[in-house]
Every structure is written in C-alpha cells, then in structure tokens.
Design a protein around this ligand. Structure first.
Ligand code: UDP
Ligand code: MG
Length: 323
C-alpha cells in the first residue's frame, strides 16, 4: 500500500472546489477500502494567489475534511509554478503523488490504473488523452500544431499529455535538481528518465467556472515550451547566415558575368554584390554570437548532468543521486 498525495493547483476555483473535494474524497476512500493506498493519503491544494474566496474555502474544507491539506502562494505565479510548489512540498510526505487540475476534467478513475503501474515499478505515469472531443476546434488545431512545432525543435514531450500524471517521490527528488525558473514541466519531466509509462483517459468538459488559462497565459506557456528546451532557433540563424553568404558569392560571380557582358548599369555590380555579402556576413556573425549565448543559456539552467537510478554498493542503497 502506498501513501498518495493528490496535488491540485487552484486559481480562482471557488465554484469548483466543493464538488471536486467531494469527488476526490470519494475516490480516496474507495482506494483506501481497496487497500491500494494508505489512510494517511491526502488531497493537497495549492492556492495560486486567487482573488476570490478559494483560500477561505480550502481552510474550511481542511477543517471539515481530514483528507484536505493545502498551501497558499503569496501571489499568482501561474499554473506551472503552483504545481512545482505543491510537488516540492509533498516530496517527503508521500510515496507517490498525482497532479490534477482543480476542475477534474481529467478522469480521476484513472488513479487506480496509475497506482497499479506505480506498484509495477513505474516511477512516472503520464495521463494521456485518447481523444480531443471536448476541445473546441481552435484548441484542437493549435494543440496539434504545437506538438508538431515542439517535436521539430527537438523537445521531448508526451503526445496529448498535459499535467495529469503520477510521480514517485524519487522522481520528485530528481525533479528538484532542475533549477530552472522558466518552467515547462511537460518538457522537463521526461528529462528525468526512470521507468515511465502512459495511461489513457477521456477528458471531460469543465463543469463549474471558466478556464483559468487565458490565451495570453497559453501563448506564454507555449513559448516557454519551445525556448526552454531548444537552441534550434539560434542554429537556424547561423545556417541561414551561412547560406546567404554562399548566395553572396554566387551573386558576385553572376554580377561580374553580367557586367562583363555589358548588361549592367554603372554601380549595379558592386552594389548588388555588397548587399548580399554584407547581409550574409551579418546574419552569420549574429548566428555565431547566438551560439555562444546558447551555451551560456544552457549553463545558466544548471540542469543535472546525470541522475543515478540504481546503486549497488555495500549499503545496498537504491537511491537517487544527481550531480
Ligand atoms: N491555474 C493556476 N494558476 C493560474 C492559472 C491556472 O494554478 O495562473 C490552475 C487552475 O486552477 C486549474 C489548472 O491550473 O487547476 C488548469 O487550469 P484550467 O482548468 O482553467 O485550464 P484548461 O483546462 O482550460 O486548459
Ligand atoms: Mg481545465
């Protein structure tokens, strides 16, 4: 039996919290009676600087319901930071945790399968949507395009997985060794490695309240996803610079031939050649500077260079070590 914490970020979720707490409590109770989790398992709410009565509600629920614990962030820091705050707070309290949005659009009935997978030795279990029927055509289209762009730029993410997942406390320890501030957990967590698998579910519509992900927040998250995991855009500048310099050389030959054939007016040859060559040189120089910036950028992230999954030594230790 495992001690489970359900980590739930909440931003202005007063409409949905009572219902969600009721459903989560039922779920935890049924998992406890099935002997899948221990009785001291908890629901862990993170109030992400809500402007409505979310925190007062969490306090009330905490007093009424022994499953409910929570923390309050000093101001709105966004979904990803709220999630991380929750994960780092429960890290040493539980054997595993499941993160889920407060509206429970993700199917809580997948908890059973996730916990089974954890018992089988998987340290990260990704919840993956098996359809996108509950999305608007706009969200469906942009999401698909986004996955394509991300994989083009080389970020390793799980297709159709948002932040609904189970993580072992060991995986949480490893996550702690990533120090970056521009968080995109969906890209970061696969970098941890360890045994992982997926569980499919069907996502429901939001029952209460409105989406807390404004278009602005969504675009910011999407950009973070690309710029936090790839220096490919910089590499593209270098490559473009190199090719436009080559084109400059081609233009030199072409304009000299045209000049020799007498097809040009005065000044055209030197002007056209310079435009191409100087343009190419500038772009290439920018790209080279970019390559150095990319290196600095990767260094400043101070990501762990390795994470040890298993150790065989005299102490028989089987733990995580990061460097
Ligand atoms: N959320 C948060 N901080 C924010 C925005 C959202 O903690 O600044 C939480 C929100 O309360 C919810 C989750 O992130 O639990 C996902 O938000 P939502 O369900 O509105 O997103 P959608 O399902 O529409 O993509
Ligand atoms: Mg939602």
């Amino acid at each position: 039996m495992k001690k489970l914490y359900v980590v739930v970020p909440c931003y202005n979720e007063e409409e949905t919290l009572v219902d969600s707490t009721y459903k989560l409590t039922q779920k935890l109770n049924s998992l406890i009676s099935d002997k899948k989790i221990t009785e001291d398992s908890r629901i862990y709410y993170i109030d992400d600087g809500s402007k409505d009565s979310t925190w007062a509600l969490i306090e009330k629920l905490h007093n009424e319901n022994s499953f409910v614990n929570g923390i309050k962030l000093s101001k709105n820091r966004g979904h990803q930071n709220a999630l991380l705050a929750g994960l780092m707070s429960v890290k040493n309290e539980c054997d595993c945790c499941i993160t889920i949005d407060a509206d429970l659009q993700d199917d809580i009935n997948s908890f059973d399968e996730m916990i089974e997978k954890f018992e089988q030795g998987y340290e990260i279990v990704y919840g993956v949507r098996n359809d996108r029927k509950s999305d608007t055509a706009f969200k469906r289209g942009t999401a698909q395009l986004y996955y394509k762009i991300l994989s083009f730029f080389g970020a390793e993410i799980v297709y159709n997985h948002a932040d609904y997942r189970l993580m072992s406390s060991r995986a949480l320890d490893a996550l702690e060794s990533f120090k970056e501030v521009n968080l995109f957990l969906r890209g970061l967590i696969p970098l941890i490695g360890f045994n992982s698998c997926t569980v499919e579910y069907s996502r429901k519509e939001r029952l209460y309240g409105e989406t807390k992900y404004s278009l602005k927040k969504m675009v910011a998250l999407a950009l973070d996803g690309i710029t936090s995991f790839s220096v490919k855009p910089i590499r593209m500048i270098t490559v473009t610079g190199f090719f436009s310099l080559l084109l400059g050389v081609g233009m030199l030959i072409y304009s000299l031939v045209q000049w020799k054939l007498g097809n040009t007016i005065r000044g055209w040859t030197s002007l056209i050649w310079s435009i191409w060559t100087v343009g190419g040189l500038e772009l290439l120089a920018l790209g080279i500077i970019g390559e150095y910036i990319a290196k600095i950028y990767l260094e400043t992230k101070a990501r762990p260079r390795f994470i040890i999954e298993k150790v065989l030594d005299d102490k028989g230790e089987d733990g995580k070590k990061c460097k």
